[in-house]
Every structure is written in C-alpha cells, then in structure tokens.
Design a protein around this ligand. Structure first.
Ligand code: MLT
Ligand code: MN
Length: 309
C-alpha cells in the first residue's frame, strides 16, 4: 500500500490562523526547521490509481492541489478519490467533505454514530446523495473498502473504538464528564492490504493507552498516532489556552504515561506522529523535544510524506 500524508497538523493547522505562539511565528517566517502543515489526513492506495482518504480536512482543496496523484485524469470531471473513511466527526476531519461536492461519485465510510451526525447536519447534503454512497463501519469488523459502484479498492479496514471524546461541536456538558461520548465517536483504523501482505494503523486521536490497544499494536509494520501535544498542560503552560490534552481527548507524547513510553517496547517497525498541534515543540526540527522523539524511534509526519507498507 502507498500512503501519502496530506496533512500532519492538528485542528487549526500549523501555524494556526490566530496563533502567535513562538512555534507558529517561526513557521510564518519561512524557517525550514519549522515547516507549515495542513490539517490531518492521509491518502492510501493499493494500486497507485484509486485513492482512499482517511479523514477530510478543511484544507482538502489545497491538499488535492499539492498532490498530483489526487488530480483529475480523464474526461472533463474525474477524481482518483474513490472513498473517504472518517475516524471521528471533528471539524478537522469532516469539514473537507464540503470540498468534495460538485456531483462526484465516491463512498463515504464512518461509524453509524458519525454518519448519523453528518445526516443530521443538512449542509452535508451538498454531497449529492445520488452519487455519494454512505456506508457504516461496524466496530471490530473487517470491511473491504469499495468505490461508490461497489468495486473493491484493494484496501480493507477494521474499525475499533479507542479512548476519546465526542467532537467538540457535539459536546453536551449535561451528559457528564465525557460530554455524552460513545464508543463510535472515536475510532482507530487497522488498514489491511487485500492481498494479505501487510497492514498499518491509523490513529490520529486517542486519549489513553489501555493494555488491549498496546496488544493490538504490537509487531505492527507501521503506526500513525496522535501527536497533538508534547505535554498535557502545554496550552495552559504556554498561555494560549485553558484546556489540557486529556480534556480534549488526546494523550500526550512525552512523560511516563505518554505515547513514546507506551509504544516503546511493542516491536513496531515504523512509528509516525500525526495530528500535531501548533504548540507542540516536535514541529521544530532543531528542538530538544524533536530530537528526543526521533531518538525514541519516532518520525514526525509532514505534508507530502510518502510511505510504502
Ligand atoms: C481535536 O482534535 O481535539 C479537535 O479537532 C478539536 C477541534 O475540533 O478544534
Ligand atoms: Mn482534531
């Protein structure tokens, strides 16, 4: 499978539009050690021709323009994007669907819960229902991804719930400390090549690392994982926000209960941080945190990064 990182930043992108944190300022100066990034999404293909997007970021129009494999090829209206699979209903993962209007056929996959919130929001009717087929992913079930006409694309996914939180725009404080979140609000995708040769995990949002998730990831050839924050109180400490990572549904990269430690001994061949917040020092190539992440065997995703698995 070919994997192309379309966007590596968290919601808001890097630099975020209203952020004047030193990290964001450095990206605006054109510093090559602080490369800007669009909001998180990857494209996957088994044949190099037909592509599946994992999440549709608000920056999708730019991402398509920046990646020639996603350009129209034949006829007057065409797209190699044959399917989109969603891991949650966060703005940074669904708003890009609005870019995919203009009567182009593709298949849209998400959990029943995520498809339900899209169906309840009539702006998504711009995806012509005669052409865009919405299909529910059942948890713990391998689904062969297909185009709108039902032709298999050579890639299957097994969706499974990970610790997380309902999308910010759906939070309901009356429903208790987790705002009414249910298992289908935040999923990970185990992505399987239909030839049976390989697989990888796509997990751009995850709030904790329970033992059963560690067990699933053990021995994987490739894992993309939530790299939102370096430390849980990063936004508070740096004076740019009031929320911790835990409050936002993200475990942090560093520390005894962080991602680097949690995935250290799992024999994972390639580990890549994605969904990286504008404040995270791993975005800066010469920062001690970036050096530490790389020394621990992690890569920091960037827009245009290409991987083969
Ligand atoms: C998140 O990942 O926490 C969300 O994308 C936040 C947001 O919706 O801005
Ligand atoms: Mn997000």
């Amino acid at each position: 499978m070919q994997v192309r990182v379309l966007g590596a930043a968290a919601g808001g992108g890097y630099p975020q539009w209203n952020c004047n944190h030193p990290n964001s300022r450095r990206a605006r100066t054109g510093d090559p050690a602080a490369r800007p990034r669009t909001q998180s999404s990857v494209a996957v293909s088994a044949d190099g021709e037909r592509w599946i997007l994992f999440n549709a970021s608000p920056d999708l129009r730019q991402q398509i323009n920046d990646n020639d494999v996603l350009h129209p090829r034949t006829g007057l209206r065409d797209s190699p994007i044959k399917a989109v699979a969603l891991t949650n209903a966060d703005v940074d993962h669904v708003a890009g669907l609005l870019n995919l209007r203009e009567s182009q056929a593709f298949a849209l996959y998400g959990t029943g819960r995520v498809l339900e919130v899209l169906a309840a929001n009539s702006i998504f009717n711009v995806l012509n229902p005669e052409l865009v087929v919405r299909r529910a992913l059942q948890l713990e079930t391998v689904v062969a991804l297909c185009d709108a006409a039902g032709r298999t694309l050579g890639v299957s996914v097994r969706a499974f719930a990970v610790p997380g939180k309902v999308a910010l725009w759906l939070e309901d404080a009356r429903k208790g400390p987790n705002f009414g979140s249910v298992a289908e609000d935040t999923i990970a995708l185990e992505v399987l090549d239909d030839a049976g040769a390989t697989r990888f995990f796509y997990i751009p949002g995850c709030a904790q690392m329970p033992a059963d998730l560690q067990a699933r990831l053990r021995g994987a050839p490739l894992v993309f994982f939530d790299g939102t924050l370096w430390v849980d109180d990063e936004m508070i400490r740096d004076g740019v926000g009031v929320k911790t990572g835990k409050r936002m549904g993200h475990m942090s990269v560093s520390g005894a209960d962080g991602t680097i430690a949690a995935l250290a001994d799992l024999d994972i061949a390639r580990k890549v941080f994605i969904h990286i917040n504008t404040t995270n020092p791993i975005l800066i190539e010469d920062s001690p945190e970036r050096v530490a992440a790389e020394a621990s065997g992690w890569q920091v995703a960037y827009d245009g990064m290409m991987l083969e698995v």
